[in-house]
Design a binder for this molecule. Structure first.
Ligand code: GDP
Length: 365
């Protein structure tokens, strides 16, 4: 499964947010691929298309798709030099596919700030610098090794050295590796380094309860937005405290509480969708009378691989897929109507699955 890691300095609200995530958490029986671990929270991805398909098909059950948030505690200034949990912390970040950095934008005199005052940009820079320093070390090591190989006469290392030098240059200028423009080939070359600053990042700006509905009036949130814009990153304003209260409620109570707060939906839902997008994920659907279900794939996956997300047998024995685009299906009103209109396509092994495809797989066992 794909994972987003939650990071941030101490006392910014990470645990509060993570608790909200696990409270709201998914029934893990539906998601056998998910890790059972106190630091892992499984979240279901809210998707109005799934509700619409449920209305249309009236299945026995509906299952949203899910992914994992990992709580990565313990980053402090000096982590890359082994301070705090140091290297252990960085190793955990290496394993995630995207980073959600929680940034403190709430004022509260009773909650100590590690550096003495609320200053989200300085906090972001502190963390990003640790990630950059860790990457400098990885890149320098690799350059040294590649240079040796190059001396041995192996020309393919010339390109590797050239790419790594460009990344090193960016890191030396306090820029993340993801800011360096790379071709697909070049990306492939550096992939196995698992650089921390290559991972996509979003900032969760944690505001106080009273600001939950109008988070953008908070001047710190504005600063975070400006900072994020310079690196093309997303910002999700959220009140971790409020989310932890919302997560304890259900149904009618939850709807009423949201209304009282002046919120259209929980911040958690917005965060989940933003993280899903950040991870570069697509959703396809299966829609049978037994079950209507959303499945997660990476952009660019072909039909057999997408089938493999359901079961490895589906991938191995893949023959064909019957596909209708979600919009076509909804416009037609039913699977049969879509078929009559010629919108149900038969696709083979090379078909690249699109976001919103409604699929039925044919396979050999
Ligand atoms: P972590 O160290 O980043 O995991 O931070 P915690 O989630 O443990 O939060 C640190 C303290 O800040 C706790 O006492 C929280 O209750 C408090 N806190 C978190 N979010 C908010 C908030 O939005 N407003 C206020 N007033 N306190 C908050």
């Amino acid at each position: 499964g794909l994972k987003a890691g939650i990071v941030g300095l101490p006392n910014v609200g990470k645990s509060t947010l993570f608790n909200a995530i696990t409270q709201a958490g998914a029934e893990s029986a539906n998601y056998p691929f998910c890790t059972i671990d106190p630091n892992v929270g499984v979240v279901e991805v809210p998707d109005p298309r799934l509700d619409k398909l449920t209305e249309m098909v009236v299945p026995n059950r509906t299952v949203p798709t899910a992914f994992e948030f990992i709580d990565i505690a313990g980053i402090v200034k000096g982590a890359s030099k082994g301070e705090g949990l140091g290297n252990k912390f960085l190793a955990h970040i290496r394993e995630v596919d995207a980073i959600v950095q929680v940034v403190r934008c709430f004022q509260d005199e009773n909650i100590t700030h590690v550096s003495g005052k609320v200053d989200p940009i300085s906090d972001i820079e502190t963390i990003n610098l640790e990630l950059i320093l860790a990457d400098v070390e990885s890149v320098e090591k690799r350059i040294e090794r590649s240079r040796k190989n190059l001396k041995g006469g192996d020309k393919k290392y010339a390109q590797e050295v050239e790419v790594l030098e460009r990344i090193k240059e960016a890191l030396y200028n306090d820029q993340p590796a993801r800011s360096v423009e790379l071709t697909d080939d070049e990306k492939q070359l550096v992939r196995e380094l698992h650089l921390l600053t290559m991972k996509p990042i979003l900032y969760a700006a944690n505001v106080s309860e009273s600001e939950a509905a109008n988070a953008d009036d908070n001047p710190y949130v504005k600063l975070v937005r400006e900072y994020a814009a310079t690196e093309g990153a997303e910002v999700v304003p959220i009140s971790a405290k409020v989310e932890s209260e919302i997560a304890e409620l259900e149904g009618e109570d939850k709807a009423m509480f949201l209304e009282e707060l002046g919120l259209e939906e929980s911040g958690l839902n917005r965060l989940i969708r933003a993280a899903y997008k950040l991870l570069g994920l697509y959703t396809y659907f299966t829609a049978g009378v037994q079950e209507v279900r959303a499945w997660t794939i990476r952009q660019g996956m072909k039909a057999p691989q997408a089938a493999g997300v359901i079961h490895t047998d589906f991938e191995r024995g893949f023959i064909r897929a019957e596909v209708v685009a979600y919009d076509d299906l909804v416009a037609a009103g039913s699977m049969n109507a879509a078929k009559e209109k010629g919108q149900l396509r038969l696709e083979g092994k090379e078909y690249v699955v699109q976001d919103g495809d409604v699929m039925h797989f044919r396979f050999n066992v």
